[in-house]
Design a protein around this ligand. Structure first.
Ligand SMILES: [Zn+2]
Length: 60
């Protein structure tokens, strides 16, 4: 088992297709909510973190 891959993004609306290969899946669109600042892809398990929300939290 590999640890979940974290992708830092600059937009609330993202698309994930698993990046191809063994983890590839049909492209889906995900929406990052403001209250969590992150979302997991239900297909490949990648963690998408909204960069602005992450920076705000770590800077404090
Ligand atoms: Zn995915």
């Amino acid at each position: 088992m590999q640890p979940a891959e974290i992708q830092y993004v600059d937009d609330h609306h993202i698309a994930c297709d698993g990046g191809g290969g063994a983890l590839g899946h049909p492209k889906i669109y995900l929406h990052i909510k403001d209250d969590t600042g992150k979302i997991d892809c239900p297909y490949c398990g990648r963690n998408f973190v909204y960069r602005a929300a992450y920076g705000k939290k770590s800077a404090h």
